[in-house]
Design a binder for this molecule. Structure first.
Ligand SMILES: O=C(O)CCCC[C@@H]1SC[C@@H]2NC(=O)N[C@@H]21
Length: 253
């Protein structure tokens, strides 16, 4: 532990807000250039993917990075891999003895449990996004109640480590790791991120289930492609999947 705050990144720490995603959005609308991290010690209406509520009783990390990355939508979509690698590095710094894995598309697992969530929002189109916001929540002190049918049991670092890491310390680790991976992405493209992500991927080469809006596919998780799509070997052939929810069957071979 003990990363330095990355150069060129601002930080604002709020006691309480609705959602740090809205804080980032309003700063973007006001012309704040970024990059800036906005952290809240407590969110009253945090949101997750697919319109889910992201509960935040306090003591967890809730932060959003506002970026103006000078990228198009396709390149910016790969920022979710920058984010999950950064979360994995942060977890490695906070919990060095625990098993940390990436899970497609942009989760990080610790000891097989869901400890964090990543949400990307943006404005602009095609080759020119005005801004991107990367929202990251980490269960430092509390995990939510397990929901029936959820892909993974929620877990907190406090439960695994005996005490909750401090949110500001966690943000500093996260911000340093994010800046490192973003620099690599800008300088070398997606390939090194893809390699590092795959090296930590849960269930690579094993049977998984991908739930799409209109079908559920079962097959072997073979790879991710150069756009970050999941490559699934199914009995009917290879499928590249851009968006789905992934489940790990209990009895995977
Ligand atoms: O559904 C998920 O897994 C993503 C959850 C993202 C939660 C974070 S907490 C900080 C930021 N503010 C929000 O309202 N959501 C994100």
């Amino acid at each position: 532990m003990g990363a330095d705050w990355p150069r060129g990144y601002g930080v604002e720490i709020l006691e309480e807000t609705g959602s740090t995603m809205d804080e980032a959005r309003s700063r973007a609308a006001a012309g704040v250039p970024g990059p800036v991290w906005v952290m809240a010690r407590r969110q009253t209406s945090g949101r997750g993917r697919r319109g889910n509520v992201w509960g935040d009783p306090g003591g967890n990390l809730a932060a959003t990075l506002l970026l103006r990355p000078k990228m198009g939508a396709k390149d910016a979509a790969r920022l979710s891999f920058v984010s999950s690698l950064a979360v994995a590095d942060m977890l490695g710094a906070l919990a060095p003895d625990k098993r940390i894995q990436t899970k497609w598309p942009n989760d990080a697992l610790i000891e097989g449990g869901k400890v964090s969530g990543i949400l990307l929002e943006s404005e602009g189109q095609g080759d020119h996004l005005e801004w991107v916001s990367v929202g990251i929540g980490v269960n430092l002190a509390h995990a939510p109640e397990p929901t029936p049918g959820a892909a993974f049991p929620p877990v907190s670092l406090a439960a695994l480590l005996g005490e909750a890491p401090d949110a500001e310390d966690a943000l500093r680790e996260l911000a340093a790791a994010f800046a490192r991976w973003l620099d690599i992405y800008r300088a070398q493209g997606f390939a090194p991120l893809r390699d590092s992500w795959l090296a930590r991927a849960a269930r690579l080469g094993e049977r998984i289930e991908a739930r799409l809006p209109r079908e559920t596919l079962s097959g072997v998780f073979a790879d991710i492609d150069s756009d970050g799509a999941l490559v699934l070997e199914t009995p009917q052939g290879t499928r590249k999947i851009a968006a789905a929810e992934v489940f790990f069957p209990q009895n995977a071979p």
